[in-house]
Design a binder for this molecule. Structure first.
Ligand SMILES: [Zn+2]
Length: 344
């Protein structure tokens, strides 16, 4: 698959660095909520999400042809370390959220709200970090990625992603590729049950021998607090549910076929890309998904757009909500997508 180059950032490092620093604010919100003990502090996370959506619709679209500059010019140290650093920040946010839920006098509905905020806010960035880590060569980094998925209560994501998704994306064999015309609701059921089936195949079990241990870890994380603080179990289940929703909705956005896609054979071209600058900066270039499928081991900082993939500039925060309105989503994609397919 042919690659395209993006332009170097002309307006300096500051705006890009500011956008890239945004994920740091979400663990800070959860720490502040734990320290103050005030539930409404979480509205700061909601405000940040609205700001991200506004940024996607403005600067994100305008800079869609601009590359994400390295934080330190000439060095990839920050880019190398960031996914592992985020693992630590995820733990900080999780401890803060558990401390708040365990100590505040919350109703069950409020516990659900905290879990949902956590799953939608923290786990979105954790999913991108874990995805990068499970593709790394280093055994330790892969272990961090797998553990992060387990903490999000999606322990089998790494083996489904590596043993099935990267082999069968774009075909009916892949439970993480939507079928033509499939709604997000039907797709989520397919991803849930298909993922469990894919994780049980001999190939998946051979690739990921640590899965039974991580599954046991998930059971313990949910079951252990039941005796003394069931609200903590409820929080963990809700954040895990939203982790699944976020990860699989992103998969849906990345692989939702167009009517003219070839769905009968392994077709890398049925993987799409989103050039929105804000989404790329916040999610470690994950929206350059066609290029990632072309070269799965390539470091996220070195990904460039594919010249042949169907291309959007909507951004993943906007897309996440639009897919729940299937007629609007399909119509917008049809009208806004540019096909760069130069192949015959
Ligand atoms: Zn991947």
């Amino acid at each position: 698959m042919k690659a395209e180059r993006l332009a170097a950032a002309r307006s300096g490092l500051a705006p890009a660095a500011l956008i890239r620093a945004t994920p740091l604010l979400f663990p800070l919100v959860f720490v502040c909520t734990a320290v103050t003990g005030v539930l409404s502090t979480l509205y700061a996370a909601l405000a940040l999400h609205l700001l991200i959506i506004a940024s996607e619709l403005t600067v994100g679209r305008r800079w869609s042809e601009v590359a994400i500059p390295k934080l330190v010019e000439g060095s990839s140290t920050f880019e190398d370390l960031w996914p592992v650093l985020w693992f630590g920040l995820h733990l900080v946010a999780l401890v803060a959220a558990l401390s708040f839920v365990g100590s505040a006098d919350l109703t069950w509905r409020q516990v659900f709200a905290v879990g949902a905020f956590f799953g939608y806010s923290i786990n979105a960035f954790s999913a991108a970090a874990a995805h990068e880590l499970i593709h790394r060569e280093s055994h330790a980094e892969r272990a961090f990625g797998r553990l992060l998925c387990a903490i999000m209560l999606y322990p089998h994501f790494p083996c489904v992603h590596l043993s099935a998704h990267h082999h069968w994306a774009g075909t009916d064999h892949d439970c993480q590729t939507p079928k033509p015309g499939q709604t997000i609701h039907a797709y989520l059921a397919q991803a849930l049950f298909g993922g469990l089936r894919a994780a049980a195949t001999p190939q998946a079990r051979a690739l990921d021998r640590g899965l039974p241990l991580r599954a046991l870890f998930c059971v313990l994380v949910v079951a252990a607090p039941l005796m003394f603080a069931p609200v903590l179990s409820a929080f963990m289940i809700v954040q895990g549910l939203f982790a699944f929703l976020v990860i699989e909705t992103i998969n849906y956005v990345q692989h939702c076929p167009f009517p003219d896609d070839d769905h009968s054979a392994a077709a890398a071209a049925s993987t799409h890309q989103d050039l929105n600058f804000v989404s790329r900066a916040l999610l470690l270039n994950l929206p350059l998904h066609a290029a990632h499928h072309d070269r799965p081991a390539l470091h996220y900082a070195n990904l460039t757009p594919s010249a042949e993939a169907a291309t959007l500039r909507l951004g993943y925060w906007c897309s996440f909500w639009l897919v729940w309105l299937p007629p609007v989503w399909h119509s917008l994609r049809h009208n806004l997508c540019s096909h760069h397919r130069r192949s015959p």
